[in-house]
Design a protein around this ligand. Structure first.
Ligand SMILES: [Zn+2]
Length: 93
């Protein structure tokens, strides 16, 4: 069982169903990568600025990109035995 949220080198990692989000809270930057990408090999231009991070009760994570909340990126928290991914896989089969 892997946790959906973990932190290493001061960078928080959030697993979503569409991939991993790396969050540098101190610099307020984030990066979306394929699941399993090592944090250390990311070029500086891979990072984008964000304003705030919200984690909802239903497993929705939302990165608000600007101060007024006009643009945001959202995703579902992913875990092992993820029900959403299992459903998606069943649809493909
Ligand atoms: Zn999932």
């Amino acid at each position: 069982m892997t946790a959906a949220l973990s932190a290493r080198h001061g960078v928080m990692r959030i697993e979503t169903c569409a991939g991993s989000w790396l969050i540098d809270a101190r610099r307020r930057q984030f990066c979306r990568v394929e699941r399993g990408t090592p944090v250390t090999f990311l070029p500086p231009r891979a990072w984008r600025a964000f304003h705030s991070l919200l984690v909802g009760d239903a497993g929705v994570v939302r990165l608000v990109l600007d101060e007024r909340g006009l643009s945001a990126v959202s995703g579902w928290l992913h875990a092992d035995d993820c029900v959403r991914c299992a459903q998606a896989a069943r649809k493909l089969a």
